[in-house]
Design a protein around this ligand. Structure first.
Ligand SMILES: *Cc1c(COP(=O)(O)O)cnc(C)c1O
Length: 398
């Protein structure tokens, strides 16, 4: 083996020895309520496919039609020759859906955060003036990476704590050129919801830019329109980040907000300038998905009914579900070895649900994170609860 590759071998071996190595399972069927995972048919409680749209016939048909009409690839970045009428139409539909002035599509939600932060805040090379990002302690990795890329100073405030946000702004903002507050809407490890009204009030009072990443709130909160709608703050946030890969069931990222912000980001965002546009199939499926979500509020209701039913069932077993307020239901077990054994037994009995441990969640707070979906029936959930009870008894949890 070549000497220069040795560090990778060492790290992979260390990860295996310390049980940090990620064993990646292979799906043998489309994302749905039930899936064939590593060759076994199981009830799926792992995907972000909240509304069960990832394998929906209407969306698939929209994608197929778009391929016939527009081909398979855009052939260019958006700013050269990659902006197809489809993109423009989808962006207008998304802006209407979110009740904002404008929106733009990028390749993914992850990419949206890399696209948007560096143009808004950073460090001025000529003058050395620096900006500040006020960021929730538990913000998503893609926000953290976008923040680092920007060159702005990252100032962390305590999780969902508007008072601490205000203290941090008062302490630090005078030393910086401008500030930006950014938070996840729904936090994906616990399923808790940012106090967006209070955070907005603090940020607005101090004149800092406001940004929320609603990846787990769209299709879920606010009758499906997301966290901003849930709090009645439509049109107020400077930037709303979204993804089309979770509740919408497809692929792609969204940057939405005021017209001037979107005009500016379009000119500046490097993924818009240097990475090709979303494919016609994805774009058309996204547009069909927005329409479908608008026309089927009963799907959002079913998602919540399922989540409440499952959550109550787990609590009735005497197991803690943390402080979730959404269809993300963490089944709190504490010990990481226990959580992994629990997940393995669930799989053996026909349920696919992942164990999460340190460093994804705090030490001693290991859990099985279950994601509810409108794709499950009541019978599916009864089966799930039966299996959770059986595994909990076998492992001495109850
Ligand atoms: C999932 C997630 C993303 C990434 O979205 P993709 O479209 O999958 O890249 C970004 N931000 C948050 C908060 C997320 O939960």
């Amino acid at each position: 083996m070549e000497e220069k590759l040795q560090f990778m071998i060492d790290e992979l071996e260390a990860a295996k020895a310390e049980k940090r190595y990620i064993n990646i399972r292979t799906m043998h069927s489309p994302a749905d309520g039930w899936m064939v995972v590593d060759g076994k048919r199981v009830l799926n409680m792992c995907t972000n496919n909240y509304l069960g749209l990832a394998n929906h016939p209407e969306l698939k048909q929209a994608a197929k039609d778009a391929i016939d009409a527009w081909g398979v690839g855009p052939g260019a970045v958006r700013t050269i020759a990659g902006t197809q009428q489809l993109h423009i139409d989808c962006e207008r539909r998304m802006a209407e859906f979110k009740h904002v002035e404008a929106s733009m599509l990028v390749q993914s939600g992850f990419c949206a955060n890399q696209a948007v932060l560096p143009p808004l805040v950073g460090r001025d090379r000529a003058t050395g003036a620096q900006d500040a990002i006020f960021s929730d302690r538990l913000n998503h990795a893609s926000i953290i990476d976008g923040a680092r890329l920007s060159g702005a100073k990252i100032i962390v405030y305590e999780h969902c704590d508007p008072a601490d946000l205000e203290a941090k702004i008062q302490e630090h903002l005078p030393n910086f050129r401008r500030g930006l507050m950014v938070t996840d809407g729904v936090f994906s490890m616990d399923g808790d919801v940012a106090p967006l009204d209070k955070l907005y009030e603090v940020a607005a009072r101090h004149g800092v830019l406001t940004m929320v990443d609603d990846a787990h709130g769209e299709g879920v909160l606010g009758q499906g329109r997301g966290i901003v709608s849930h709090f009645g703050l439509e049109g107020k946030f400077d930037v709303e980040i979204g993804t089309l890969s979770k509740a919408f069931g497809v692929m792609g990222g969204v940057i939405a907000g005021k017209q001037v912000v979107i005009d500016y980001i379009r000119q500046k965002a490097r993924p818009n300038l240097f990475s090709s546009a979303l494919t016609p199939a994805d774009t058309a499926a996204c547009m069909a998905s927005i329409t479908y979500v608008e026309q089927h509020p009963e799907l959002v209701q079913k998602l919540w009914d399922n989540a409440e039913y499952f959550k109550k069932g787990i609590r009735d077993l005497g197991i803690d579900t943390g402080h979730t307020e959404t269809p993300i239901v963490p089944v709190m077990l504490g010990d990481v070895k226990l959580a992994k054994a629990f997940s393995a037994k669930l799989f053996e009995y026909g349920i696919f649900a992942m164990a999460l441990g340190f460093p994804t969640v705090p030490e001693g707070a290991a859990r099985i994170r279950t994601m509810n979906t409108a794709a499950h029936t009541r019978e599916d959930l009864d089966f799930a609860l039966e299996v959770f009870a059986k595994v909990a008894r076998e492992l001495g949890v109850i």
